[in-house]
Design a protein around this ligand. Structure first.
Ligand SMILES: C[S@@+](CC[C@H](N)C(=O)[O-])C[C@H]1O[C@@H](n2cnc3c(N)ncnc32)[C@H](O)[C@@H]1O
Length: 441
């Protein structure tokens, strides 16, 4: 079964720490992506996260790291100093996973007055470049920045210059070879389509960039899966294969009792009668949407036109379609092709997001059961090992925060594979050893 390595990864016990390399992460969340790099041999000495609750959960899982609850933008010196207090070694990996930027802000209304919203989005877009001052202070051997792939073509302003993120990084970090990539985690056996920009910058001190450039490989793990299998590459893992392999307890949103399993993170929202009917009437394994439900629940009239909310035969509301009452009158909720839709069983899951419990959002309904996915199922699809400690969120009654953290993460299994590739690269490179922070001495 092609999902077996991933299943083993998620269900393993916490491995003993073997950490030949040092790392700092910025915008760490609760460290779900850092965990993969740690499992591949990177010891995080400093992690920086502005949100206290996220940092507290992260700190439970990285007890020997210094967690700074800070705004990265105003803490560069403090971050570098915290690193230097932890070790006299040169930094191996600087990792940054800033929040996803706003697509609409690609150079919004240049020359015109910007709205506060556009300014806030621009501010977000610049967060990726927060690695620059830290790289100048600490000269890490490798820098990795992850974000949505659109970031590669967005224009941003930084320190008096304007340009695409990769060009600005190349301009400000002239000691680095910068490799921009787009990865899809489905290509690594993860049953989820999630495409992300992954920019890897390797210090020119390393002997590897030159040989990498001449052979043109990028510092990434080799894909093991593809949409269509070919030449020994396996086909993507479908959501059906995955859910069956993981043997989850069945859940059903018809009542609170049926919506809860025995694992504390395996539960889903229960629905009232209308919402339940909308979901349960979508045929199992069909990948169809509640808007396609075309049999009138009142009179049984079939093939009711999908644009209608009242049955043309009996005049009663088609309660099995998503609708709202507006001014006392029912109306179909406006949705996209992907809204109120079951996941397509023969494909990987659509990108797991922070709103994974919203039935009306993209492809959120279980392929054959009448419900959305549980937190446990989403965490597994984001490949968070089960040994990750969520106690603080469970005891603090902030389980919703786990859904957010899981939806924001860059999958741990991918970062583990990437960490192994980076570890090989560092091992094979003869880099001059030097003090961690030339500018701080
Ligand atoms: C995409 S999430 C990181 C996810 C993380 N890599 C993981 O896998 O769990 C981005 C994080 O950056 C934090 N953040 C946003 N702006 C920040 C800032 N200016 N300084 C520090 N943290 C910030 C957010 O609170 C959020 O937790």
């Amino acid at each position: 079964m092609s999902s077996q390595p991933l299943r083993d990864f998620i269900l393993q016990d916490r491995p003993a720490a073997a950490a030949p390399w040092t790392a700092i992460s910025l915008f760490s969340g609760a460290g779900l992506s850092d965990l993969g790099y740690e499992m591949a041999g990177f010891q995080f000495l400093v992690q920086v996260e502005m949100d206290q609750r996220r940092a507290a959960i992260g700190s439970d899982n990285f007890p020997s790291s210094t967690w700074l609850v800070r705004d990265v933008r105003v803490s560069h010196d403090e971050i570098a100093a915290a690193y230097c207090r932890s070790t006299s070694r040169r930094l191996d990996l600087l990792m940054a996973t800033p929040p996803c930027q706003g697509m609409s802000s690609s150079n919004p209304s240049r020359g015109k007055r910007q709205t506060p919203q556009a300014k806030a989005l621009e501010e977000k877009n610049r967060l990726m470049l927060e690695v620059i001052p830290l790289a100048q202070l600490l000269e890490p051997r490798i820098i990795v920045v992850e974000n949505v792939r659109q970031i590669l073509t967005l224009n941003v302003e930084y320190d008096g210059a304007e340009g695409q993120v990769v060009d600005l990084l190349r301009d400000r970090l002239q000691d680095y070879e910068v490799f921009p990539n787009v990865v899809n985690v489905a290509d690594y056996g993860i049953p989820q389509v999630r495409r992300r920009a992954l920019i890897v910058a390797v210090h020119k001190d390393e002997t590897c960039p030159e040989s990498m450039l001449s052979r043109n490989p990028t510092p990434l793990p080799r894909p093991t899966h593809a949409e269509q299998s070919n030449n020994g590459v396996l086909p993507w893992v479908s959501i059906r294969e995955w859910l069956e392999a993981m043997e989850y307890e069945p859940l059903d949103a018809r009542s609170k009792d049926d919506a809860r399993g025995t694992h504390p993170l395996h539960f889903v929202p229960a629905y009232g009668p209308d919402r339940y009917q909308q979901v349960s009437e979508i045929p199992a394994h069909s990948g169809r949407s509640a808007y396609d439900n075309d049999t009138c629940p009142s009179c049984g009239r079939q093939q009711v036109d999908t644009s209608l909310i009242l049955c043309p035969a009996c005049g009663v509301v088609m309660r099995n379609r998503p609708y709202v009452e507006r001014n006392g009158r029912p109306a179909l909720i406006r949705g996209f092709h992907s809204s109120y839709r079951r996941m397509n069983p023969v494909r990987p899951a659509y990108t797991i997001t922070t709103n994974s419990s919203h039935v009306g959002s993209d492809f959120k309904i279980h392929p054959w059961e009448n419900r959305v996915l549980s937190i446990l199922e989403c965490a597994d699809l984001q490949t968070v090992p089960r040994f990750y400690d969520w106690t603080r969120a469970k005891e603090g009654r902030t389980l919703y925060l786990i859904r957010n953290l899981v939806g924001e993460a860059f999958p741990t299994y991918f970062t583990y594979l990437h960490g192994r590739a980076l570890s090989d690269l560092l091992s094979s490179s003869a880099s001059p050893t030097r003090a961690p922070s030339p500018l701080l001495h």
